[in-house]
Design a protein around this ligand. Structure first.
Ligand SMILES: [Zn+2]
Length: 383
């Protein structure tokens, strides 16, 4: 009996050990998964899209981003969480958007306590300066490369509200009265909220224009097209309704294909969710209105981290922008490239920076800018 029991006992002990050990081991991977959840999530489903080959680069740079962001994003820890910080992180998430969302509307509408959403858009007493100040305060705290002051110095103009009540803002650089404008160029950053560099680089280009605007083009800059996705504690690609804004444009194929594409090609990837109807999102309504009203000849749309230049529209695409080379990816139902490049048949350059969290060097930012301006001059020659 004792001879039989020993192995049996050992077995029982082992089982016990293993099953006890399961908890800490299981919990750790589980929390690690949430920790890098967005990152892993990004790489997987992207495979179903034509950019699949970039997967390794992307996952590499996204990991880099996760690491790097801990350092740069000083006051707000966005990406990296230690497993035990998950609870406080969750609290932070529910707290901070509400807090941030209520602020802007409260400022404009003190007399109307019930309205913290759509009414704010029509209210005449919106304090635009205050909204921009708040937006810049949050951007400056979020992005290492853009200071609060640098953002405020851009004299952004408040134009509409995001879903959570943040300012959707733009800045114009008018052509000089003394010379004819070659055309109108719209530059859009940060339509995906977790692509930090796509916002920062736009600010850097605005700094260049602040110094050297020659009046050659009429520029319009929208540095942060998805402020909620960018500025919530745990930044995300989609807006805070969970909708991928770059799948929500009212493209001709949206009703027929957007949902089908999402289900069959992305396997219902939440990061690619196009929404229930085209242009359902205030951020997209704003961008579509900007495109209608400003009527750009060319759009430059900033993304990361595929490390390439994508192009839609009539010829001819830039072969390279800085160190990024042309690689046409095609379009998706509801994407801006589809809306502007295909439906409107006008040129749109999509810049996919190398990393979402690591800024290109100043030299590379300058080179990209120079290449773009050179290309724009070729596309929009003096008549
Ligand atoms: Zn993107």
């Amino acid at each position: 009996m004792p001879g039989m029991n020993k192995p049996a006992l050992l077995a029982v002990l082992c089982c016990l050990l293993v099953s006890c050990a399961e908890f800490p081991f299981l919990q750790q991977p589980a929390s690690t998964e949430t920790e890098t959840g967005t990152t892993t999530d990004t790489t997987e489903p992207e495979v179903t899209e034509p950019v699949a080959e970039n997967q390794p680069t992307q996952s590499a740079s996204e990991t880099e981003r996760a690491q790097v962001q801990t350092v740069p994003v000083g006051s707000r820890e966005t990406i990296v969480k230690t497993p035990d910080s998950e609870v406080s992180e969750a609290q932070e998430e529910t707290e901070s958007p509400a807090e941030q969302a209520s602020d802007p509307s409260a400022d404009g509408l003190e007399q109307d306590p019930t309205s913290d959403e759509p009414e704010a858009q029509t209210a005449p007493e919106v304090d635009s300066a205050k909204l921009i100040e708040e937006l810049c305060g949050q951007i400056g705290n979020k992005l290492t490369s853009v200071s609060v002051r640098e953002c405020n110095d851009q004299d952004l103009i408040h134009a509409a509200f995001s879903h959570d009540g943040r300012s959707l803002a733009y800045r114009d650089y008018l052509p000089l009265p003394s010379r004819d404008s070659l055309g109108r160029v719209l530059v859009i950053g940060g339509i995906h909220g977790d692509e930090f560099s796509s916002v920062s680089v736009v600010f850097k280009w605005m700094n260049i224009l602040n110094q050297f605007h020659s009046g050659l083009f009429h520029w319009r800059f929208i540095p942060a097209a998805n402020p909620d996705g960018l500025l919530i504690a745990d930044s995300q690609r989609q807006n805070t309704k969970g909708i991928d804004l770059n799948r929500n444009f009212p493209t001709a194929d949206w009703n027929d294909l957007a949902e089908e594409y999402w289900i069959e090609r992305t396997y219902r990837n939440p990061r690619r969710y196009p929404g229930e109807s085209a242009m359902s999102e205030p951020e997209i309504q704003f961008l579509v209105e900007q495109i209608r009203e400003f009527d750009p000849d060319i759009i430059i749309s900033m993304h990361a981290p595929y490390h390439l230049v994508d192009y839609d529209g009539p010829p001819s695409a830039p072969n390279k922008v800085g160190g990024l080379y042309l690689r046409e990816l095609g379009v998706y139902p509801g994407s801006l490239g589809n809306y502007f490049g295909v439906d409107k048949a006008k040129p749109i350059v999509t810049i996919e920076l190398k990393s979402a969290g690591i800024m290109p060097t100043d030299r590379e930012i300058d080179r990209m800018w120079t290449d773009l301006v050179r290309w724009l001059r070729e596309q929009l020659p003096e008549s």
